[in-house]
Design a protein around this ligand. Structure first.
Ligand code: GAR
Length: 217
């Protein structure tokens, strides 16, 4: 066995995706460990989810901007992740766009989960965008992060039907249930070295563990 694959998880919210990832690591479904949890929001639920699981978690002040990290904050985030020798950065509800220096520091090693079937509905409150648009199917996407907003190569997607009686809350809840299955599955494949990227196309090279359903169905 080599060294364990080390995850750094960044989030701004309640942390249900961190919980799903950490629990999948703890149960062995994902061959990795959560080495560090970072938040740009003091007192965010994601830091509580980390503490409950005895995972290292820290708030790092994001600086003066609202939608991105300032230069000093970016340096602090990168330094913290490097100090923990993180192999993969997993964004889990991190509500700031990552810029050049951060992207270069972890090139090809940052993933994100987004609550829609990209490229539909990038940006904020994607479940609400889907409801307002009237689509009958939405879902969630795990993708590599590049300089665009919710734009990098797609690793996996899971469809979620929209019901007539859905409210933003009920739809987001069902999308999150799909995220909690899809995200660990995609991270497991990356940790096992089963994923390769050719341009925009992500190829799953080996048959996947029977623990998980096929994310492309
Ligand atoms: C998730 O639904 C995630 O897809 C979304 O934030 C939520 C975080 O929930 N991310 C985005 O909208 C990013 N564009 P969590 O804190 O419970 O994991």
């Amino acid at each position: 066995m080599g060294n364990p694959f080390r995850l750094g998880v960044l989030g701004s919210g309640k942390g249900s995706n961190l919980a799903a990832l950490a629990d999948a690591c703890a149960s062995g479904r994902v061959p990795a460990q959560v080495a560090l949890v970072l938040s740009d929001v003091e007192g965010a639920g994601i830091l509580d989810r980390a503490r409950e699981r005895n995972l290292a978690g820290r708030f790092i002040p994001p600086g003066k901007f609202r939608t991105k990290l300032d230069e000093e904050a970016e340096k602090n985030f990168v330094a913290a992740l490097w100090a923990e020798r993180v192999d993969l950065v997993a964004l889990a509800g991190f509500m700031r766009v990552l810029k050049g220096d951060f992207l270069r520091a972890f090139e090809g090693r940052i993933v994100n989960v987004h609550p829609s079937l990209l490229p539909s509905f990038p940006g904020l409150e994607a479940w609400k965008q889907a409801l307002d648009h009237g689509v009958k199917v939405t879902g969630c996407t795990v993708h590599f992060v590049d300089a665009g907003v919710d734009a990098g190569p797609i690793i996996g997607q899971r469809a979620v039907p929209v019901r007539d009686e859905d409210t933003p809350e009920t739809l987001h809840q069902r999308i999150q249930e799909a995220e909690h299955e899809l995200y660990p599955q995609c991270v497991a494949a990356i940790a096992r070295g089963e994923i390769s990227v050719a341009g925009r196309r992500v190829v799953w090279r080996k048959s996947r563990s029977a623990d998980f359903a096929d994310p492309r169905r």
